[in-house]
Design a protein around this ligand. Structure first.
Ligand SMILES: [Ca+2]
Length: 390
């Protein structure tokens, strides 16, 4: 077995090798097509990171339009179109009242599966109302300069005055159901209740109707929109590329960030079981990690990375990453690449932790197979990650 000293020495040697290689590549790129890109060596690919645009107020969600433009939400309350060359459009007109305060504001955005026919855009936001605010979802028709026929299809019950833990990602499955991931609004004990939407995943038809095969449709007291419960704050979601089932990333307490295969009726445990603790220390509830009838996460991070957005990589630009789950982190300012063997994590690589230097809110795979990252800053950026030119 290697001594700690040797391990530390060999790690340092690897870092030096990476540093030397990085310097070599930086020098080399003056004579290549990489321009002023940040060159980042990773285990499988050499990456060129460039800024598409900046000046976005805490960008939160991004959806590619069929023409290659990007529809981007800002937590500050604006949605706008950013063209592939980085030109920012004006904020779109027609959005409803949005409470941009604390962690709340305009959150995720996604296109209807038949967007090319109906131009319908779905978005999640913090909706003010009686008693405070809650996460709501609406759609509108995208035209020149704005959304029209904006229709709210969901509003989380209850509204609360707290400004934290809103979720929320929006994912359509292959049958056209819309999954809405939510947070506990810092009313953590309510995440175990089926009589409100606190700490749940909700599943709806595209017009807000409740699918007849939703798991709690015939239950006496549970709300029929609910798909799963016992969640803390789900800020990442995607369909698994093979099974096409919903996987989610849950921003946990200190030491309890999770990835879950999020199945109907199941209880994901918060706050009764968690691998985390209170921020600053101290147990949550009884301080237990397992309980009968409550699901274990597929993966959890101790210490926390503060995970946010996630996407399964399925493109051609980074062949060695196909099928991997990419997860952004806020506090740790990194992109985690998780390699799964079935539902077990076989390997994790942490990228960008000492190169980009910003909280990363979201990662989206573009139609070009490249990655697009959103930085969580007042002067927020869209970053493009491409293979470096040789
Ligand atoms: Ca859990």
């Amino acid at each position: 077995m290697q001594s700690p000293l040797l391990r530390s020495f060999s790690r340092r040697a690897r870092e030096l090798t990476a540093l030397t290689l990085g310097t070599f590549l930086l020098a080399a790129c003056a004579h290549s097509d990489n321009g002023d890109a940040l060159i980042v060596e990773t285990e499988e690919h050499t990456l060129a990171v460039t800024t598409v645009t900046d000046g976005l107020n805490h960008p939160w969600g991004l959806a590619f339009l069929p023409n290659g433009d990007m529809l981007v939400t800002e937590r500050g309350g604006d949605m706008r179109v950013v063209s592939a060359d980085g030109t920012k459009g004006d904020p779109l007109a027609g959005l409803p009242a949005i409470q941009s305060r604390g962690q709340g504001g305009l959150l995720d955005v996604t296109l209807h599966p038949n967007f090319e026919q109906n131009r319908r855009v779905y978005f999640a936001y913090s909706e003010p109302g009686d008693g405070g605010a809650s996460t709501a979802v609406a759609y509108g028709t995208l035209g020149d300069g704005g959304l029209t026929d904006v229709t709210r299809i969901f509003s989380q019950v209850p509204k609360l005055t707290d400004n934290g833990h809103w979720g929320s990602r929006l994912v359509f499955d292959d049958e056209g159901h819309l999954f809405i991931t939510l947070g506990d609004r810092r009313a953590q004990d309510e995440a175990q209740s089926l009589e409100n939407h606190i700490g749940t995943v909700v599943r709806l038809h595209d017009d807000g109707r409740i699918p007849e095969d939703n798991p709690y449709v015939d239950h006496d007291t549970a709300l029929p929109e609910i798909w799963s419960y016992g969640h803390r704050n789900i800020q990442g979601a995607d369909l698994h590329p093979q099974t096409r089932e919903l996987w989610t990333g849950e921003h946990g307490p200190q030491g309890g960030d999770e990835i879950n295969h999020t199945r109907a009726t199941l209880n994901y445990g918060w706050p009764v079981i968690t691998h985390g603790e209170q921020y600053g220390g101290g147990t949550i509830g009884e301080g237990i990690t397992h309980k009968e009838g409550m699901e274990q996460p597929l993966h959890y991070w101790v210490p926390s990375i503060a995970n946010a957005g996630m996407t399964f990589y399925t493109g051609e630009a980074f062949p060695a990453w196909q099928g991997n789950l990419l997860v952004t982190a806020l506090r740790s300012q990194l992109l985690s690449r998780l390699v799964f063997d079935g539902e077990d994590v076989a390997h994790e690589e942490r990228m960008f932790s000492d190169t980009i230097g910003a909280r990363l809110r979201h990662v989206v795979q573009g139609p070009d197979g490249l990655l697009y990252l959103l930085t969580d800053e007042r002067n927020g950026r869209i970053l493009k990650v491409a293979p470096a030119s040789e």
